[in-house]
Design a protein around this ligand. Sequence first.
Ligand code: SF4
Length: 216
Amino acid sequence: MTGLKMEKMKKIQLIEQYLEDLYPNPKCELNYKKDYELLIAVMLSAQATDKSVNQVTKVLFNKYQSLEELKDAKIADIIDIIRPIGTYNRKATYLIEIANILWNDYNGKVPNNRKLLETMPGIGRKVANVVLSEWFHEDNIAVDTHVDRVSKRLGLAKNNDSVLEVEKKLQQVYQKQNWSKRHLQMVLFGRYQCKSQKPLCENCMLKEICQKENKD
Ligand code: SF4
């Protein structure tokens, strides 16, 4: 093995160990009880925090307690509920369309199939990855804003890599059976420590290998 490869392996070991130390049992922070609630919550979480999504879904899923009720909801009522998370007009339209698709085409169940999921409005690769790993326990690395930022700061991906390129690189870095766990750990690390603004670098054990300039 070349010295360069050894160095890369050591770096990955260090990252994985630190993530394990910080978040040994990482959990998705979106609240949901049913498969469609998860799908809708992840769709709503685009450009919104999990905390704000949880606030609106608490009201939403309390008012509409089944998919059948949700598919027949009035768009103005949905907009009123999800207004705090932004881009609510578009998301409200998606939400009712998704509820109708699930009801009419999939017997009210979220399909365990990436291609089918990605044909639904507002559902891209990241949402599909989260749903497939969270509900169906499929090994996946969803690259959201946190995973993207952390990967680039730690040199696991290049600054100009697309989210798909980041995902492919992380799939090479981590063992497949750890993909979903590493995704959750990197989300938490990005959300609470390696934050976009003012990351908490002072006590970070990855400071030596981090490529961010001007570490705070
Ligand atoms: S040193 Fe700072 S920027 Fe680098 S990984 Fe740690 S928290 Fe993130």
